[in-house]
Design a protein around this ligand. Structure first.
Ligand code: NAX
Length: 370
């Protein structure tokens, strides 16, 4: 099923008839001086989004179309992928209608499809958000097995149809292992193009530290998440700074750091569900905007961002797993793991635990990692 948005009609001014209308125009007060619209000389980039009619998709798409992800002068074509179910495709049509109604200057075209081959065609970025939600009584292991095949198919479709410069960001949970599956299924796409999102967790940790220290969140620097995007994730407090000083020293409350801080960040998703009745969507979309910008733009000197990428064995993380690390981007499409950060015994133990969880997830899907 595929729907392409109709070519936009160029709206013409209605013809003027007679002197009356002309005189009205001539006597109208001078128009306020407006800033000239940006000149769009760049070729549009194609952004494929799975799960586009879902909660996160709804919060994300207008932000991409308005330039918040790729910049105010970068036209985009949105290739929105949903499941081949009437209700989902109808919802997607509704989302597309709303995007049309925003008349975004940067939005060049939309593709609505349930065919991943079409959806990923020539995509420069693939944002893999759609996945099956965890049902009642479902164990995490069941969820991993349910979702695995989705990412095998999407990885293959990306391999076959995406642009040669494609970059992939996985959000759909369990995002680290789904990313691992997609990476293994896309044999011709370099592994370093694949990433999964812990930027929302980073933002959550940053906010918690700022509130505890009674400073603005912008005073908290180099917030860092290690490991899996799950309840075993490790929010760092040794390498994060508050007004340039070690966060642990500024907070001065080790029990809070190892206890409440950890559990609040690790279980924030569940707390949002308990409060809102729905999982994080606006903050997840915001995290993904940050994630893509983190990887596209050069990271300022001395800083890093939390990104799940393939482990090269750094910090004792098992080679080949997709795990969250401190990452620096060069602004040319390349990125690297920051080396030499110190972790104390507590953080090392937590990192080992989250690594063990990632290993067990990999074990659960080993048949898909061909
Ligand atoms: P929704 O259930 O609102 O939307 C998911 C959408 O994906 C649905 O419209 C569904 O039809 C579609 N979908 C399912 N399988 C698909 C497939 N094979 N191809 C294309 N579309 C498909 O979920 P939403 O709240 O948007 O969350 C999406 C995913 O993000 C979930 O897996 C969720 O757990 C995960 N999250 C990840 C976060 C992270 O930080 N990495 C945080 C937020 C969120 O919890």
């Amino acid at each position: 099923m595929a729907i392409r948005s109709a070519d936009r009609e160029h709206t013409r001014c209605a013809p003027l008839h007679g002197r009356d209308e002309l005189s009205k125009i001539h006597h109208a007060p001078p128009a306020p001086r407006l800033a000239a619209p940006p000149v769009m000389t760049k070729a549009p980039i194609r952004v494929a989004i799975t799960g586009a009619a879902g909660q996160i998709g709804y919060a994300l798409l207008p932000r991409i179309a308005s330039g918040q992800m790729f910049g105010p002068d970068q036209p985009v074509i949105l290739q929105m992928i949903e499941i081949p179910v009437e209700k989902a495709m109808d919802a997607l049509k509704g989302v597309a209608m709303e995007l049309e109604d925003c008349a975004f200057p940067l939005l060049q075209d939309m593709v609505l499809t349930s065919d991943p081959n079409e959806g990923f065609k020539d995509a420069n970025w693939a944002l893999l958000i759609g996945s099956k939600p965890r049902g009642p009584g479902m164990e995490r292991g069941d969820l991993i097995k349910e979702n695995g095949p989705i990412f095998t198919g999407q990885g293959r479709a990306i391999n076959e149809h995406a642009a040669s410069d494609v970059r992939i960001a996985v959000v759909g949970n369990p995002c680290n292992t789904n990313c691992l599956i997609a990476m293994h299924s896309a044999k011709d796409v370099p592994d370093d193009r694949f990433s999964a999102m812990t930027r929302l967790d980073q933002n959550r940790a940053q906010a918690q530290l700022a509130m505890k220290a009674r400073v603005h969140s912008s005073s908290v620097g180099n917030t860092l998440i290690w490991g899996n995007h799950s309840a075993t994730q490790v929010p760092d407090f040794m390498n994060t700074t508050i007004n340039g000083r070690c966060a642990a020293d500024v907070i001065g409350d080790r029990a809070w750091l190892e206890g409440e801080f950890f559990t609040t960040v690790q279980k924030r998703g569940a707390a949002i569900i308990a409060a809102r009745g729905l999982s994080s969507a606006a903050s997840a979309a915001n995290g993904l905007i940050d994630h893509v910008r983190d990887l596209r733009d050069a990271t300022p000197k001395g800083e890093w961002r939390s990104v799940c990428i393939k482990s090269d064995g750094s910090y004792g993380v098992t080679e080949g797993l997709i795990s969250s690390f401190p990452v620096r981007a060069d602004g040319q499409g390349g990125w690297e793991i920051v080396q030499g950060l110190e972790l104390d015994t507590f953080l090392k133990e937590r990192l080992a635990a989250t690594n063990a969880e990632l290993e067990s997830e990999r074990e659960a899907v080993k048949d898909l990692l061909v």
